[in-house]
Design a protein. Structure first.
Length: 71
């Protein structure tokens, strides 16, 4: 994957659950990038709970939080 450019940086203050679903994390910081797939395989890491590709015509249907949907 090649990162083309940064779209936005967002933060949600409050208490959120880490990817393990148990550990409390005080703030979430989200970095959104425009990317292009050029090869390789999707995988997760200790920093990600899931990794999938969605077309731009369907991805907004998956965003249910109003503030994030607006972004």
């Amino acid at each position: 994957m090649v990162v083309s450019y940064l779209i936005g940086v967002y933060s949600n203050t409050g208490i959120h659950k880490w990817h393990d679903g148990v550990t409390d994390v005080p703030t979430k910081v989200m970095l959104d990038f425009m990317c292009k797939v050029v090869g390789g395989e999707w995988c997760t890491s200790e920093e990600t709970s899931e990794s999938r590709w969605f077309g731009k015509d369907t991805v907004l249907d998956m965003v249910t939080a109003p503030a994030i949907r607006t972004r």
